[in-house]
Design a protein around this ligand. Structure first.
Ligand SMILES: *[C@@H]1O[C@H](CO)[C@@H](O)[C@H](O)[C@H]1NC(C)=O
Length: 226
């Protein structure tokens, strides 16, 4: 009898202990909003974490260029992010890739020369390069992981928006990622054509900026490189 009542107590105690506690009811949660959104039990609970209509607006007029789940928590779990910006006259976006997202790049004003290698090799071993010139109202595509660059050949800025198929698209600068490898790896990868100290020189010369201004173009526009 004692044994049976102990079991009953236990049986009653277990569901109470195991009862899920919604995150929104936890006053003590020190998790970030992003973490809470990821852990939400239901869509209802997720939306309760974003109570204000303004939680669903991201404002690029403040100077922000990218809206990811980090800068705009409402994107958490959505699987998309967005960018809005301006490529200055003579500006070239450094050769880069997005490791986690395909990008749709759309031009709203100006002109942009875009080049992209999707990693497609023909029967002779040549990489396919897709180079296009975009004008306002046109969109191009950069598949996830493809190397790409954009150049604004005019003196006026080129305004764009871009959408990404990941809430954290990230950007990898191709030359600096490549030169992160050891001199030995670089040496072998380039068929032994670069001397050791030249590897160091190249590594040090790779700009940290994601954007470079093309000098020949600046000269045509009557502007100096700052
Ligand atoms: C391009 O964007 C800049 C900065 O947002 C803005 O001042 C300018 O008016 C835009 N140009 C065009 C042609 O839309």
């Amino acid at each position: 009898m004692l044994f049976a009542s102990a079991l009953t107590t236990l049986a009653l105690a277990i569901p109470a202990l195991a009862a899920p506690k919604p995150l929104t009811k936890r006053a003590d949660s020190d998790l970030s909003l992003n973490a809470q959104l990821k852990l939400a039990n239901t869509a209802d609970e997720r939306y309760a974490l974003l109570p204000d209509a303004s939680d669903f607006v991201f404002d690029f007029t403040t100077g922000a260029v990218v809206a990811t789940s980090e800068t705009w928590p409402a994107l958490t779990g959505v699987g998309a992010s967005f960018s809005m910006g301006s490529l200055p006259g003579c500006g070239m976006a450094f050769l880069h890739l997005h490791p986690r997202a395909t990008e749709l790049f759309s031009l709203h004003s100006g002109r942009v020369q875009s080049s992209m290698t999707p990693g497609i090799v023909d029967s002779e071993g040549n990489q396919r390069i897709i180079s296009v010139e975009l004008t306002a109202g046109q969109v191009t595509l950069y598949p996830q992981g493809s190397f790409h660059t954009q150049f604004n050949p005019d003196c006026e800025p080129a305004n764009f928006t871009a959408s990404f198929t990941s809430e954290e698209f990230a950007a990898g600068i191709v030359p600096s990622q490549l030169f992160t490898f050891s001199n030995e790896v670089i040496d072998r990868s380039f068929g032994g054509s670069i001397e050791g100290e030249d590897i160091e020189t190249i590594r040090d010369a790779i700009p940290a900026a994601q954007l470079i201004l093309v000098e020949e173009c600046l000269a045509t526009c009557g502007r100096e490189k700052r």
